[in-house]
Design a protein around this ligand. Structure first.
Ligand SMILES: [Zn+2]
Ligand SMILES: [Zn+2]
Length: 347
């Protein structure tokens, strides 16, 4: 993103992308071209039960591969940091464990897809909330669009394609609550990601053939902005480690860039230091959570799953007097905008 390049060590990327190796319609050449047009720095390909796509710096985009471990009935699991194909098990706990055994980490994909879809698409949600993933995909672009896609008649169908941005609202409350619950049970941060679930399905049954959420559209919509401590390396293997570590540690903000391109700055500072999403600092008499937006934004601060402050403003500086996990949700013009990973404030 050009205007944000001044912002040091912050890199935009899309996670959860399908290619021709599974049910996507693009090859890596086309997908990286779309990512370039959208101004992304990195992408993570996660084909269903496939690990064949090429990695590396392609068309100037860092391309990392993972896998969407996809049992037939749902419980899809976005596996990152693995270096070989993992066969899906019907037992989701096995999938979570196998990813860990292989040195990777994973995210529950589209965990709360709607059961009452207005179309024929079968929901593939995370059915057993007692099985604890390493992290959660709190917002999935394609899944939310499909949940709200209305196949009732030609007008509702046309609306779903022409006004697709109206079908993208905000992360589901149920998912956010599950995420908070897991964070409350865990000492460390349970990280969250945004998933594009980009396929660019091509449908030719209508008078005009249509692309369903093109790669380029997907890459301009729900994204992850990661925070690093230094420049992203020119060396692919080093850069891959930097990106994956940032995601694993929750050093990212999730945002719908079609709402606004200026992602809010969210940090917590005390007498000694300032930290970003996914980091930890000590509580002292001068600890503040700071949110800086470019426009009047609805800013909500959530502590240990409880909303403690909601403000409509460009900026928020809130003094903190208790330890806990703090995260920020923002909405702009009634639409979900940017969601931070938690920051830990300890005694
Ligand atoms: Zn899936
Ligand atoms: Zn998918």
């Amino acid at each position: 993103m050009m205007e944000n390049k001044k912002d040091k060590y912050k890199y935009f990327g899309a996670i959860h992308i399908h290619t021709l190796y599974s049910d996507g319609t693009g090859n890596i050449e086309a997908i990286t071209n779309s990512a370039k047009k959208a101004g992304l720095d990195w992408i993570i390909i996660t084909d269903h039960n496939n690990f064949d796509v090429q990695e590396g710096i392609i068309n100037g985009i860092y391309v990392i591969k993972g896998e969407e471990i996809s049992p037939d009935y749902g419980n899809h699991y976005i596996a990152l940091g693995i270096n070989k194909l993992i066969q899906p098990s019907d037992n989701s706990q096995d999938n979570v464990d196998t990813v860990k055994l292989n040195g990777g980490f994973g995210f529950s994909a589209h965990p709360d897809e709607s059961d009452i879809r207005k179309n024929s698409h079968r929901p593939l949600k995370w059915t057993d909330k007692d099985i604890i993933p390493d992290g959660i995909e709190i917002w999935n672009l394609f899944s939310q669009w499909a949940d709200n896609y209305n196949s009732k008649n030609i007008f509702t169908i046309a609306y779903s394609y022409l006004f697709k941005q109206n079908l993208i609202t905000k992360p589901y409350q149920k998912t956010l609550e599950w995420w908070d619950e897991l964070n409350n049970k865990n000492k460390k941060i349970v990280p969250a990601i945004a998933g594009s679930d980009a396929h660019e399905f091509k449908i030719s049954k209508y008078i005009i053939p249509v692309k369903v959420l093109s790669y380029e559209y997907s890459f301009k919509t729900i994204l992850n902005k990661i925070y690093l401590k230094e420049d992203l390396s020119q060396n692919f293997e080093t850069a891959k480690e930097q990106i994956l570590n940032a995601i694993k540690n929750g050093n990212n903000i999730i945002a719908n860039m079609s709402v606004c391109k200026d992602i809010p700055k969210i940090c917590i500072s005390n007498n000694n230091t300032t930290v970003q999403c996914g980091e930890t600092l000590k509580l002292d008499n001068n600890t503040y959570i700071i949110v800086e937006c470019k426009r009047n934004t609805k800013i909500t601060v959530v502590k240990d799953g409880i909303k403690i402050n909601t403000t409509h403003s460009e900026n928020l500086k809130l003094k903190l007097s208790e330890s806990g996990k703090y995260r920020v949700e923002t909405e702009l013009n009634g639409k979900g905008f940017a969601y931070s990973n938690p920051i830990i404030v300890e005694d």
